[in-house]
Write a protein that binds this ligand. Structure first.
Ligand code: CAA
Length: 380
């Protein structure tokens, strides 16, 4: 077993680290405070190839593997978890879904500009009454011959206001349950498609989250992804990879909070010495680093499974479950190590603590990850 990263992986990691330090770090506190989308930085991420990392070059992507993607995600999330989720949704949920299940025309028309970062995408599954229980879709897509008539509301949609392309999951044949669901490509500006107000959030405040309302939106049949009734499987397969992306976001938050706490503990003095010399602090740092390393192994294993074409439903769910817990625990400890300074914005760790919480909620709560893992162990 070789734990060394290849030259190429090390280069990508370094490029993401440089980008995060040089372009994301300045202004991250202000963007959080004002709930400001990092538009200029997202544009640069597109130019650097971070928005279509796993898409083949033929369709405008960087043609890299999942390991490269999680390495870049970790570095970006260390500094700005909002930028990381924008990147994750575009890569894992939108581009990956379109490349693997979209038609050639859909790839030419939508995937190419998405993979180059010329536009960004959103993935629209959650509804007021269907978040965890994803089969209970109330949004309907009624077959009208050459188009679907889309009606309903989607909630908590990442990139909701800034996306140009939306992958919308909707029920076409309610009597068929999950087998009657379709995934449709909806464009911003289609008649009857309206945005709800921007959500005022606890964390990842630089990312832009909205409700979406569809009233008799005519979506051409050509915009359906896959066979009639494939929508639920499309969502599940796509989310399985998305969870690896969110696990790497959580890992980045944890590692970023740890590094700040470690560095602070080496300069802050109390009782006549730097606080890292007190076991109360040193043992906290030792626990944090051990948990982060364990989370990193799970994230890399899930990425490796995906790159090997192994089933990654369980390893991805394990990575997300554990890394999101580590993000929460580590960021709380980082605030504690910073003492009073941890509670004010300029030290960053209070933001990381707020950002960490969402990683236990979106793309399946921790409880959903346990359902996925326990079902697999009962199957084996
Ligand atoms: N790959 C392929 N097929 C899958 C699958 C997978 N990973 N998981 C399930 N399926 C299939 C099953 O095989 C089954 O098909 P058959 O009937 O043909 O066998 C079908 O889907 C239904 O599966 P289940 O019976 O397991 O469905 P369920 O109702 O019990 O739900 C669940 C399973 C895992 C709980 C699922 O509902 C789920 O993942 N819920 C969470 C949804 C979620 O992550 N929401 C977050 C929103 S997205 C988001 O947050 C994006 C963002 O903006 C950041």
């Amino acid at each position: 077993m070789d734990y060394n990263l290849s030259e190429e992986h090390l280069m990508i990691q370094q490029a993401a680290r440089d980008f995060a330090q040089n372009e994301l770090l300045p202004g991250v506190i202000e963007r959080d405070e004002k709930q400001e989308f990092p538009a200029a930085q997202v544009k640069m991420m597109g130019e650097l190839g971070f928005l279509g990392m796993m898409v083949s070059e033929e369709y405008g992507g960087s043609g890299m593997d999942t390991l490269a993607y999680v390495l870049a995600m970790e570095e970006i999330a260390k500094v700005d978890a909002s930028a990381a989720v924008i990147m994750s949704v575009n890569n894992s949920l939108v581009c990956w879904g379109l490349e693997h299940f979209g038609s050639e025309e859909q790839k030419q028309k939508y995937l190419k500009p998405l993979a180059k970062g010329e536009i960004i995408g959103a993935f629209c599954l959650s509804e007021p009454e269907a978040g965890s229980d994803a089969t209970s879709q109330k949004t309907t897509a009624i077959d009208q011959g050459d188009h679907y008539l889309l009606n309903g509301t989607k909630n908590w949609i990442t990139n909701g206001g800034t996306a140009d392309v939306y992958l919308v999951i909707a029920q076409t044949y309610p009597e068929k349950g999950h087998k009657g669901i379709n995934a449709l490509i909806v464009e911003k500006g289609m008649a009857g498609f309206e945005l709800g107000p921007k959500e005022q959030k606890l964390g990842i405040r630089g990312s832009d989250t909205h409700s979406l309302m569809f009233t008799d939106v005519k979506v051409p049949k050509d915009n359906r992804i896959g066979e009639d009734g494939f929508g639920f499987k499309f969502a599940m397969k796509t989310l399985a990879g998305g969870r690896i992306g969110i696990a790497s976001q959580a890992l980045g938050i944890a590692a970023g909070a740890y590094e700040l706490a470690r560095d602070y503990s080496k300069v802050r003095k109390a009782f006549g010495t730097e606080i890292c010399n007190h076991q109360a602090i040193a043992f906290k740092l030792a626990d944090m680093l051990t948990q982060i390393e364990a989370a990193r192994h799970l994230v890399h294993k899930a990425a490796w499974d995906k790159d090997q074409d192994n089933n990654y439903d369980t390893s991805g769910a394990m990575a997300k479950l554990y890394a999101s817990q580590v993000a929460m625990d580590t960021s709380i400890e980082a605030v504690q190590i910073h003492g009073g300074n941890g509670y004010v914005k300029e030290y960053h760790v209070e933001r990381m603590m707020r950002d960490a919480k969402i990683t236990q909620i979106y793309e399946g709560t921790s409880e959903i990850q346990k359902i996925v893992i326990s079902r697999s162990l009962l199957r084996d």
